[in-house]
Design a binder for this molecule. Structure first.
Ligand code: HAM
Length: 423
């Protein structure tokens, strides 16, 4: 039998210590920023009854990407492809006892059977921030957009690095249905073509619309809608969501976020549960013009779990796309190890003394790695250096007897003699 592969399952990652440090640094900013907005953290099982995804999520996810199986008790279950149905389930479960508005966040790993590529894997971690039951949906939407911007600012990003594109579910439906008078069954296909427009040559784009039976007159209207952007909405206030977006952008400007947030009619978002605001955050780097994360308002999902319903808005931000963004813009790089001291041992017989010294130092809040076997000092200094530890405490016979230790700073070679409580 050939040896077993050391590779993780396709589209997943092992997290070695350096990867884990980077991930923790990314997550630390998430926790810090999100908590500043009063969000409470939650978590849930990775496996859910498949039903919670069948009702309302995305056709692509349920049809092609879900990891589903029948368990030993004949239950049809799925590994979560996203967190939103789970959060809605949890809100419904504690509906009455939880003070509103509910602000919950989580950083779950989620699974989708996708073709792995840059920024796209089968397992990723996804910060989810959601607000349920706000008296003013408009204010909740604004706060979520504000938080989305603040998160990236938390990594040092500015408006030159990213842009938030907003739209409203009603707008596209209004344009395709009321303005173009396209039959409803054509909407998803036309929306997909619009979504791809930026990547298509003009001829190809037109040919695809022709193939869907979109007439030249309808295509002209569609072009106006896409190119005139906010002016188109101002001319057609009867479209559902048009005045909402116009007013939202005014509030955004009042908050000082006009440089970060703009209206983009081509924002679609592929989930069935969105009912109002939808938004997508894009990297502004010319070589990494990809979606970083997205979200929107979904007012009917909690209701699927019981009598009571609750309005909701939120977003999901994946760690894979975020890492590409942070590294491309050099906002976050490799993280150093965080061990303060290395105790070098000159004689195995002093091992007990070294361990006790390490404990004393740890009790004072330092992190300390003890050499687990005596050796040449030079070699131990090298070991400490390779491990990224800046300072070494030397434990030899004299030190053990006097309780005064040589503490060496490896980078400079500087050495001082200190008692344990002075280190
Ligand atoms: P989503 O757009 O499917 O939305 O995913 C949100 C983010 O998760 C994406 O923008 C991306 O950063 C990351 N992501 C998704 N799929 C992958 C993948 N295969 N590989 C790497 N990263 C990925 C949702 O999942 C909604 N439930 C978000 C939401 C929360 N809406 C309201 N609340």
């Amino acid at each position: 039998m050939p040896p077993l592969s050391t590779q993780p399952y396709k589209g997943t990652r092992d997290f070695f210590p350096a990867d884990m440090r980077f991930r923790e640094a990314m997550f630390a900013v998430m926790h810090r920023v999100v908590r500043k907005y009063g969000f409470d953290e939650i978590d849930a099982p990775i496996v859910e009854p498949i039903d919670i995804y069948l009702a309302k999520t995305s056709e692509e996810i349920v049809g092609q990407q879900i990891y589903a199986f029948v368990d030993r008790g004949e239950r049809r279950v799925a590994i979560r492809p996203e967190m939103t149905p789970t959060v809605a389930r949890m809100v419904a479960a504690r509906f009455h006892e939880t003070p509103k508005p509910i602000r919950w966040y989580s950083i779950p790993n989620v699974w989708r059977y996708e073709q792995p590529g840059k920024g796209r894997l089968r397992e990723h971690w996804q910060l989810n921030c959601d607000i349920f039951g706000a008296a003013s949906e408009r204010l909740a939407d604004l706060e979520i957009l504000n938080l989305a911007v603040d998160l990236l600012k938390g990594y040092g990003a500015t408006h030159t690095h990213f842009r938030v594109y907003v739209s409203h579910r009603g707008i596209l439906n209004g344009v395709l249905g009321d303005e173009l008078k396209l039959p409803q069954e054509k909407w998803p296909a036309v929306a997909r073509i619009m979504d791809k427009k930026a990547k298509l040559k003009n001829d190809a784009y037109t040919a695809m619309l022709d193939a869907e039976g979109v007439t030249p007159a309808q295509q002209k209207e569609l072009d106006l809608f896409l190119s005139e952007k906010i002016d188109y909405l101002k001319q057609k206030p009867q479209i559902e969501g048009a005045s909402y977006i116009i007013e939202m952008l005014e509030s955004v400007a009042d908050l000082g976020l006009a440089d970060f947030i703009e209206y983009d009619p081509s924002v679609v978002r592929g989930f069935d549960y969105y009912t109002g605001l939808v938004f997508e955050v894009f990297d502004a780097h010319p070589e990494n013009r990809r979606s970083l994360f997205g979200g929107g308002r979904y007012n009917n999902l909690v209701g699927a779990f019981g009598k009571e319903t609750l309005n909701a808005v939120g977003f999901g931000m994946g760690d894979v796309t975020l890492e590409v963004f942070l590294r491309t813009h050099k906002l976050l790089g490799d993280q150093p190890r965080n061990v303060d001291l290395y105790i070098a041992l000159m004689d195995d017989a002093l091992g007990g003394h070294a361990l006790a010294l390490a404990n004393k130092l740890r009790a004072r809040g330092l992190s300390v790695e003890v050499s687990l076997g005596a050796g040449k000092l030079g070699k131990q200094f090298q070991e400490a250096e390779k491990k990224g530890i800046a300072r070494v405490v030397i434990v030899g016979e004299n030190e053990a007897a006097s309780g005064v230790y040589a503490v060496k700073t490896l980078a400079t070679g500087e050495q001082v003699a200190l008692k344990a409580e002075e280190i």
